[in-house]
Design a binder for this molecule. Sequence first.
Ligand code: ME8
Length: 518
Amino acid sequence: MAPASKSRDTYYLTTAIAYPNGVPHIGHAYEAIATDALARFQRLDGKDVFFLTGTDEHGLKMVQTAQKEGLTPAELATRNAGRFRQMDDLLNVSYDRFIRTSEEQHHRSSQEIWQRMVKNGDIYLDSYAGWYSVRDEAYYAEDETTVGEDKVRRGPQGTPVEWVEEQSYFFKLSAYQDRLLQLYADQPDFIGPDSRKNEVVSFVRGGLKDLSVSRTTFDWGIKVPDADGHVMYVWVDALTNYITGVGFPNESDPNWRYWPADLHVIGKDIIRFHAVYWPAFLMSAGIPVQKRVFAHGFLFNRGEKMSKSLGNVVDPFNLAEQYGVDQLRYFLLREVQFGQDGSYNHEAIVNRINADLANDLGNLAQRSLSMIAKQCESIVPEPGEFSDNDKAILSQADGMLALARSAMETQQIHQALNAVWAVVAEANRYFAGEAPWALAKTDPARQRTVLYVTAEVIRQIAILAQPAIPASAAKLLDILAIPADQRDFAALATRIRPGTQMPAPAPVFPRYVEPAAT
Ligand code: ME8
């Protein structure tokens, strides 16, 4: 009898949804690329993956920006959401759904979670008086704000705050302190990296105030059910996108099987919303909480914060055009420790492109595969017995998956890449040491073995490089004539087949050359 087919493990991951009050910047590109690398890794590792990204379209920030530009908030959202989607497509971000919070399904979803919170007795009407940052779309306690020399009061992220007094619905966040602390204790992996976890735990230990969750001074948002004049506080609907994305409020939607999310990838500035408010809303609504939140760091241009006034806001479309999509992806993923802040500049990008991609991997592939083309008629050679050196490099290559897997489990993307590029470096030493070019006359059988081993190691490197540099890795695998269905991690357990006809090798990783001064 055939074994019952086992359904694959699901893996649901998300990016933050960006405010489309402006066009995407490098921070958005970074988050999309990193989450994409994580999504691709899990897919290649055999998981049934769902990857959600999108735009967060409500709130006062959208209203104010639209006013300035002479547009309606809906027009502004539509214009810029298109740009975010184009960026994702350009950067080869393999999302399964691009959600916009202005979608009708999302309105129903947010109203349903609201009603469940009401039913649970967690929503009450009162009036709010306090500080609000439009830029952060966040309420701050007075002691979280400071008044600068310019007499402007600012919140903890450095954005100006304004005094707000209005009637508002409140969510009983204060009632969730113990349950949240219990959650962090029961699920030690709930928040990563650890430094962020400590920050959240001490925030929650410090006591939680109830949260104002509706606004009455504008109407660009999701209507509070049965409460004329109230729209939901933008973060209530924003966070709810993660369940809308997999079918909520229709729990018989086939995609609902993906909930709870395995991973929310976000930036460090919005950890409180994801690790405190969101699980509390879910608990209140009787919906399972997500499994993990990982906060990445911020990217700085030459160490400086990006800002429109400094004129250093870098357009990801320009970067991709200047350096290449995979080149940009590789740089960001390898150079910046995921979870830490990072800095980028032209020299560092060029150095990574030319050293790691063009020289180390590109030259190795080009030299060895063109030798196979010339001296073995483009046929993967038949190896003889493996020497100790052959066995050593093959076993190092065989060890990559376990290292990459354990790094990726905790979102240490840079470490996974370090493990792969350690093998690239070793393969270069192997190739130089075995000097196959000199063996053509003296020992052609040995030459074939060395070329076979090198091709096999390049195959493994290319398979494991796919999450970071999908298009270039695919080109390498094409050159090695690896069939499309043998490019996942399960295929790492096999070996490249001798006798396979390969297409002519073509360089995959061009060097970056400075444009000539005009
Ligand atoms: O926060 N470097 O939207 P957003 C790295 N709509 N990451 C950065 C960054 C930088 N310089 N600047 C921003 C929002 N980010 C909300 C999210 S989720 C339910 C709602 C990251 O457009 C930021 O940390 O301001 C966030 O994760 C994402 O980009 C979107 O930021």
